[in-house]
Design a protein around this ligand. Structure first.
Ligand SMILES: Nc1ncnc2c1ncn2[C@@H]1O[C@H](COP(=O)(O)OP(=O)(O)OP(=O)(O)O)[C@@H](O)[C@H]1O
Ligand SMILES: [Mg+2]
Length: 473
C-alpha cells in the first residue's frame, strides 16, 4: 500500500506548509478587517485636517481691518491649507473668505458633522473609486458656537494620500503575515511535524521488520498529545512483538500437532477397521468390551478430525456459489446422522426456491455441526420430553441477508456450555465432546461476514440464529 503513495516529502504537501499558507491567508484576512475602518478614519482625519488648516488660514484674515488680503497671499493661504476655497459661516451670516479666482464646480458635498461610521466607510470607498471630484466639505469651528466652516477640496489629493496609505498597509500586512506564518511554520515543524515524522517512520520500519528492536519508537517524556501517541505506539509495538513471537512459536507447535494428529487419525482409522471385525467374534468378553472400544476409537477420530479442521488457521476464504438451502440442509442433517429408529424428526421449513450465495462446503459444515449437537443433546437420557425429538430449520430473506433459525426441542444448553459457548476446547459439556463444533461453525459464518448466535435456549429446546449478509435480492 505504501508503495502506491507518491513520495510524501514534497514540502508543499506537508502539514506545516499548509499551515504556513493558511496562517498567511488568515493574517491577511484580519488585516483587511482592520483596513476597512482604518481607511475611513484616514479619510476623515485628512478632511478634518483641511478644516483645521482652513480655520488657521481664516485667522490671517481676521488680522486685517477689512477682512481682505492681497491676491498672492490669498493663493498662498489656500495652497498651505491644501484647499481651493474656504467659506466661513458665522452664526447666520455666510461670508466667503478665500476662494480661487474661478470658484470650481462642486461634485459632491460631505458634512463631517455627525456622519455615521457606516456612512464614513462607504464614502471612503467611493473616494477610492472616483478620486477626481471636487468636494465641498462642512465642518465645525474648533469652538462650535462660533459657526461652521466649508472648504472646497480637490479629491485627487485625498485619493493619492489614501492610495499611499493603502499601499503601506498592504506592504506591512504582507511582512506581518510572512513573519507570523514563518514563526508558526517553525514552531509546528519543531513541535509537531518532526515528532510525527519520527512516529510514522517508526511505524513503517516496524511494519517491515517487527522483530527489529531498532524499529521501535524511542521513549518520550513529553506530557502532551504527541508524547501520549509516542508512548502508546511504543507500548503497542512492545505488545505486538511479544504477540508475534508467541504466534511464531504457536504456529510451529500447531504445525507439529496437526502432523501428529493427521497420522494419528490414519492409525485410528486402521484400528477402527480392525475393531469393527471384533463385532463378529462370539467370545462373550470380547462382545462386552468391543462396543466401548469402538466408541472410544470413534471419539478419538472425532477429536483428531475436529482439531485438524480448527487448526487450519489458513482455512480457505469462502468461495461463494448459488446453492439451494433446502437441499443443502437436507444433506447436512443426513450426514450428521439421524437415528435410524425415527426417534428424531427432521423438519426442513426452508422454502424450496430459496437460494443462498455462500461457500457450499463451509455452510454444510456449519449446519452439520448444529445438527449433530442437536441430535447428541436429544439422544442423551430423556433428551426431549414427551413425543418425538424434532430438529427444525427455518429461513427467510431479510435486507439483502438470509436469516436462518436452527432449532430443536431438546433439553437446552447445560450451564457449562452456556458459559463458554463458541469458545474452542472449553465450550464442551458433553462426555467425549471436544468443544470445537460451535467454535468452528461460528468462524465459518463470520468468514462469510455473517453472525452465528444463540437465539434462545431453555428446557423447551435450543435455537441458533445464522445471519448471512450479501445475498442477492
Ligand atoms: N442443540 C443443543 N442442545 C443442547 N446442548 C447443546 C446444543 N448444541 C450444543 N450444546 C452444548 O454445547 C456444547 C458445545 O458444543 P460444541 O459443538 O461446541 O462442542 P461438542 O459438541 O461438545 O464437541 P464437538 O462438536 O467438537 O465434537 C456441547 O457440549 C453441548 O453440551
Ligand atoms: Mg458439537
Amino acid at each position: 500500500m505504501q508503495e502506491g503513495i507518491k513520495n510524501p516529502a514534497p514540502w508543499l504537501r506537508g502539514l506545516s506548509a499548509r499551515l504556513l499558507v493558511l496562517t498567511a491567508v488568515f493574517v491577511m484576512l484580519s488585516e483587511v478587517l482592520i483596513y476597512v475602518p482604518s481607511i475611513s478614519l484616514f479619510r476623515l482625519t485628512f478632511l478634518k485636517d483641511r478644516i483645521a488648516d482652513a480655520h488657521l488660514a481664516s485667522l490671517a484674515l481676521k488680522a486685517t481691518p477689512d477682512n481682505v488680503v492681497a491676491r498672492p497671499l490669498e493663493m498662498e493661504l489656500l495652497a498651505n491649507a491644501m484647499v481651493r476655497g474656504i467659506v466661513l459661516k458665522r452664526r447666520e451670516a455666510r461670508i466667503m473668505m478665500l476662494m480661487e479666482e474661478m470658484p470650481p464646480t462642486v461634485d459632491a458635498i460631505y458634512d463631517l458633522r455627525g456622519a455615521s461610521a457606516w456612512r464614513l466607510i462607504m464614502d471612503a470607498f467611493i473616494t477610492l473609486r472616483q478620486g477626481q471630484r471636487t468636494l465641498r466639505v462642512w465642518g465645525d469651528f474648533p469652538d462650535k458656537s462660533e459657526g461652521s466652516i466649508e472648504v472646497i477640496v480637490d479629491e485627487a489629493q485625498l485619493h493619492a494620500a489614501m492610495i499611499d496609505y493603502s499601499t503601506n498597509i498592504m506592504k506591512l500586512s504582507l511582512v506581518i503575515s510572512l513573519i507570523t506564518a514563518g514563526l508558526v511554520f517553525l514552531s509546528l515543524q519543531l513541535l509537531m511535524v518532526a515528532p510525527m515524522r519520527r512516529i510514522t517512520a517508526s511505524m513503517v520500519a516496524f511494519r517491515k521488520a517487527p522483530e527489529d528492536a531498532n524499529a521501535m519508537i524511542a521513549e518520550s517524556s513529553r506530557g502532551d498529545e504527541i508524547g501520549t501517541a509516542q508512548r502508546e505506539l511504543r507500548q503497542m509495538q512492545d505488545d505486538l512483538r511479544v504477540a508475534l513471537t508467541q504466534r511464531v512459536r504457536l504456529a510451529a507447535l500447531g504445525e507439529a500437532v496437526s502432523k501428529v494428529n493427521h497420522d494419528l487419525r490414519n492409525i485410528l482409522a486402521t484400528a477402527q477397521l480392525v475393531s469393527d471385525r471384533l463385532g463378529d467374534v462370539q467370545d462373550p468378553t470380547v462382545r462386552q468390551v468391543a462396543p466401548r472400544l469402538m466408541q472410544s476409537i470413534d471419539r478419538a477420530i472425532n477429536l483428531c478430525s475436529q482439531s485438524l479442521s480448527f487448526g487450519r488457521a489458513d482455512e480457505a476464504p469462502p468461495n461463494p456459489v448459488i446453492v439451494s438451502l433446502h437441499e443443502l440442509a437436507d444433506d447436512a442433517v443426513a450426514y450428521a446422522g439421524l437415528p435410524a429408529d425415527g426417534s428424531i424428526v427432521w423438519r426442513n421449513d426452508v422454502p424450496d426456491g430459496l437460494t443462498l450465495k455462500a461457500d457450499r462446503e463451509q455452510i454444510f459444515r456449519v449446519l452439520m455441526n448444529l445438527a449433530r449437537n442437536a441430535i447428541q443433546a436429544m439422544s442423551v437420557g430423556s433428551g426431549h420430553g414427551e413425543g418425538a425429538g424434532e430438529i427444525t430449520l427455518t429461513a427467510k430473506n431479510g435486507d439483502a441477508a438470509i436469516i436462518m433459525e436452527f432449532g430443536d426441542n431438546g433439553p437446552g444448553l447445560p450451564d457449562k456450555a452456556r458459559e463458554h459457548l463458541f469458545e474452542a476446547f472449553t465450550g464442551s459439556a458433553r462426555a467425549g465432546g471436544t468443544g470445537l463444533g460451535l467454535a468452528i461453525a461460528k468462524e465459518l459464518v463470520v468468514a462469510h461476514g455473517g453472525e452465528l448466535s444463540l437465539a434462545r435456549s431453555d428446557d423447551a429446546g435450543t435455537v441458533f440464529r445464522i445471519v448471512l449478509p450479501g445475498q442477492p435480492g
